[in-house]
Design a protein around this ligand. Sequence first.
Ligand code: SF4
Length: 426
Amino acid sequence: MSEDQVPRGFCPLPWVHLSANTDTSLRVCCNTDHGGHVRDANGQIVYLSEVGSVKDAMNQSTYKELRKAMLAGERPDFCRRCYTEEDHGARSVRQIYVGHFSGVLERARVQTKDDGGIEPEVTYVDFSLSNNCNLKCRMCNPHSSFALSEEFRELGLEYSSVQTQKAHKGWELDGNFGRIAREVVPHLKEMLTTGGEPFLSSAHYKILELCVESGRSQDIVLRYHSNLTLLPPRLIEIWKRFKQVELHVSLEGVGPVNDYVRFPSRWDSIVRHLEKLSVVRGQVRLFIEVHTCLQAISWLRQWELVKWVSEMSVKFDGLFPRIPYPIWIDQPREMTLLALPPELRELGASRLEAELNKIEPLFSDNRSPHFEFGALQSYRGALARLRAAPYDPALYRAFLERAGKVDGFRHQNLQVLFPEFETVQP
Ligand code: SF4
């Protein structure tokens, strides 16, 4: 069945994929809004520490309702982030997974019970393994980076300390999580690990060891979202035992722009690690993509990242495709693109468009067509979405206020890197 024949609301993930947030709460996937929580019949959030088995986890109420709605041809509100992107012409995560898990719809139609229940065959896990991170990104929060706790507390920025603590301590493999991990490994084909910074996670190393001990590691694809400020040699050694490693490197700009947004990252160490990975390619089946969040701070210099990725892709002999994969973020509201006033939106958009127009002809050589044309489509969809979105000056005020507070705490200055913000007032 081709992608076009799949109903507009269907996504394979609720049938094949087990996923959890940093605080161990189950989520349908990491692309859903506000944690994407899986809830039980009483509307309570379900945690990995509470479920008896994979089957129990995959048959909670949220999953059942989603499956029934998707098979009935609906577009459940739960997945609106994907549908909104598609409606603006972007290629959504859902569309990527529909192509990736092409046989799931037929099986789902046959095997899903009337109440939405299934006998799960989980082949893909996606765990945000704790909020242990070495960075304090501007659009992040303490649930994802524990290092931000003090700053959020001091500056009075909103966050949940309960969730933050759970994320800090909830991933011990000697508890229920270990039992679930051991149940999943014999069937596992793909594992996405995020964080926090996944390369810092001790639980992650233990799961990799479980995979190796099971004798199945050669059948498993590892996937990461990493800031690449670290590249432990121990990790490279264990990667050699796996089928494939796919690394999504999160960058927000080039040089000082990335170091400002992804504070306190060091651009030179990221470039050094890319050079190292370029060498490691001969020993590990390695695929790298650059991913970037579309957000208010870096929008004006997004074009620089696009240019850099295109040039470095050539320099590193195709180590990664010639365009980043853009991710439209919705939270926190004052850090989203919607916070920008029309003149700044357009300034960033016209710079970006000029760069996209320059690199698009390169893609006709079909070196990495699926990814490159898909990412280009997502950039163009984001441009259309931003241009159509209403402007609320209160949101821009909130953006400037937040940036100023954080600058004061970190002894940084937004306007030094981005003088455009000085000239445009709310
Ligand atoms: S449709 Fe999108 S948000 Fe929903 S489960 Fe699939 S990838 Fe996640």
